[in-house]
Design a protein around this ligand. Structure first.
Ligand code: COA
Length: 260
């Protein structure tokens, strides 16, 4: 198991639980945490197969309370653009990760924390979760994809309101808006996320990768998502997993997928 300065990683039953671990700063995302997340998704677990990832926060209070404001303070245009590009590219790694990445939002999910949750494939929240993009309170805007993914998830009007007011919404409101898929009691949060992860882990991993690729394709300018679906559908038909899946159905047994 790899070790990180700002992340705790635990694995059980092919589910990796990644805990953002700066509880004294409400898990604020500093440059070290960005480096750790990048190493996790682009290097250390790049080829992680037959499994899912759950991202959550340590402590009882926060998923992540945003970018580390102490690091932002004093920043000028060139540094800010570099940071925004870096944050966007790391969150894109998460969004495009081949295996499911589920956010288990346990508390404050603000600014870069909300953007991180939105970069995950879907979100489960505890009743204590609070979501918001309060950057305007600091005289800036979200820089890690928040202006785009919030619109994608909840629509333009409500996104405009939340981005302009900086208001937080609670878990139930987030559920109503479509920002999260489930709201559960705090002590059930990881169990709920794991239940979903295990359900997905039983499917063909290549098919899950195809779902992620095609759904993401919907949002990429210039990409014809329907054409991408045709191509992916065709590629999957050549896989041993497809033969296994259809054979298992006909033989009335559970499929054993091998990821090829
Ligand atoms: N960056 C750096 N440190 C942060 C932080 C952030 N985004 N959010 C919280 N912290 C730190 C606080 O400075 C404090 O540290 P200290 O005890 O050394 O002073 C500690 O975490 C606890 O936060 P505190 O503000 O005392 O907790 P609270 O319960 O009173 O308020 C919040 C919680 C989330 C409402 C408040 O911390 C907050 O507004 N944070 C900033 C959110 C934000 O604007 N995020 C977007 C950044 S672009």
């Amino acid at each position: 198991m790899n070790t990180y300065t700002t992340l705790l990683v635990e694995e059980a039953d092919h589910v990796l639980v990644v805990k953002l671990n700066r509880p004294d700063a409400l898990n604020a995302l500093n440059s070290q945490m960005f480096d750790d997340l990048k190493a996790f998704f682009s290097k250390d677990y790049k080829d992680y197969t037959f499994g899912s990832v759950i991202v959550t926060g340590t402590g009882e209070k926060a998923f992540a309370a945003g970018a580390d404001i102490k690091e932002l303070h004093g920043m000028k245009a060139a540094d800010a653009e570099r940071l925004s590009s870096k944050g966007q590219s790391i969150y894109k790694l998460i969004e495009e990760f081949h295996a499911p990445v589920i956010a288990a939002v346990n508390g404050f999910s603000l600014g870069g924390g909300c953007e991180l949750a939105m970069a995950c494939h879907f979100r489960v929240a505890s009743t204590k979760a609070k979501f918001g993009q309060p950057e305007v309170n600091l005289g800036i805007i979200p820089g890690y994809g928040g202006t785009q993914r919030l619109v994608q998830l909840i629509g333009k009007g409500k996104a405009m309101e939340l981005l302009m007011t900086g208001d937080m919404v609670g878990a139930e409101e987030a559920l109503r808006l479509g920002l999260v898929n489930y709201v559960v009691e705090p002590e059930q949060l990881l169990d709920k996320a794991k239940e979903l992860a295990l359900k997905i882990n039983a499917k063909g991993p290549l098919a899950i990768k195809g779902v992620i690729r095609c759904v993401n394709g919907y949002f990429v300018p210039g990409v014809d998502g329907f054409a991408l679906e045709v191509r992916s559908f065709g590629e999957l038909a050549d896989s041993a997993d497809f033969t296994e899946g259809t054979s298992a159905f006909i033989e009335k047994r559970k499929p054993v997928f091998k990821g090829n």
